[in-house]
Design a protein around this ligand. Structure first.
Ligand code: GLU
Length: 303
């Protein structure tokens, strides 16, 4: 459990690629409950840096859904697209420290070199370091990559409050990773670390699809001189095909035109059940009154 002497600041950080659906509701609920159990603040940050995936109006729809569910955030919501100078400043620091280099590899070239560098456990191609010592003659830069350490320094471990010990060797399982794409898109890994630190986040509660991003984020925090928050990754909701529920896999918004009673029955209670909270509730208020202590109890059973 996080120490009670440190003020708790948590957050929910949805990408506005569609409305809130069951998968994102589970992450929102877990982060909200965790903040409430610790009498902490719960901030809302819209992660809208993937301009190809942003859907017009999805941010407003997500905010409205959270409020309808009874999850009000503290302070003003923030949008990553309004915080670009912060990412630029972080990149400058990494560049000044000689940790960043230009990479000219295409996705296909990296895939082709997989035989040499191997696949990460999650099936992603490990970047083989082709451009580490400079761009090959005639190649244009396609991205900026951050050097990961070598040897024992590449192994990052942490204790996840749901999953227990997690370890990853950044050198053999990830490789040097992108912080800025050639088309100007900031990488999620850099932006999330900068924002979590800037907003004083002490506990990150999110879906387990990001479990294997966390070692990269811990490393970035180290090289940027930022503190490590605590982490808790809740299981992700899969669809009938075993794919993570997301806008891309056709997840539907759950609350369009439903009454509070229907919202409770069709969304909040099932999401809570998914998190291992077996609750009965007659109203939204009643739901949250019972869910907060139930979450504290649920966590006491995790490692
Ligand atoms: N924006 C990410 C998503 O919607 C979440 C990132 C995070 O919580 O660190 O999946």
């Amino acid at each position: 459990m996080p120490s009670s002497t440190v003020p708790y600041i948590g957050r929910f950080a949805p990408s506005p690629s569609g409305p809130l659906h069951m998968g994102s509701l589970v992450a929102a609920m877990a982060s909200y409950l965790d903040a409430k159990v610790h009498q902490g603040a719960w901030l809302l940050r819209i992660e809208d840096l993937d301009y190809d995936r942003n859907v017009d109006g999805a941010d407003a729809a997500i905010l409205a859904s959270l409020l309808r569910c009874g999850m009000a955030w503290d302070g003003e919501a923030t949008w990553q697209s309004r915080r670009l100078p912060l990412y630029q400043a972080a990149l400058r620091r990494l560049q000044d420290d000689g940790l960043v280099y230009a990479c000219g590899c295409s996705r296909k070239e990296i895939q082709d070199s997989v035989l040499q560098a191997g696949l990460a456990k999650n099936g992603a191609a490990v970047y083989p370091g082709t451009c580490r010592h400079g761009l090959a003659h005639g190649k244009a830069a396609r991205a900026l990559r951050l050097r990961v350490p070598e040897g024992a320094a590449a192994v990052y471990g942490f204790v996840d409050r749901w999953h227990g010990e997690v370890r990853q060797d950044l050198a053999s399982e990830v490789g040097d990773f992108i912080v800025l794409r050639g088309d100007g898109y900031w990488a999620y890994q850099l932006a999330v670390v900068v924002d979590d630190a800037d907003q004083g986040i002490t506990q990150v509660v999110r879906g387990a699809d990001l479990l294997d991003s966390t070692p990269r984020q811990l490393y970035l925090q180290d090289v940027l001189g930022l503190p490590h928050p605590g982490y808790l990754h809740v299981p992700v909701v899969n669809n009938a095909f075993g794919e993570k529920l997301s806008k891309q896999t056709g997840a539907l918004a759950f609350d369009t035109g439903t009454s509070p009673a229907e919202l409770l029955a069709s969304a909040l209670l099932p999401a809570a059940r998914f998190l291992g909270l077996d609750l009965q509730a007659g109203s939204l208020d009643d739901f949250w009154r019972r869910a907060i202590p139930a979450w504290a109890q649920r966590l006491s059973r995790q490692p």
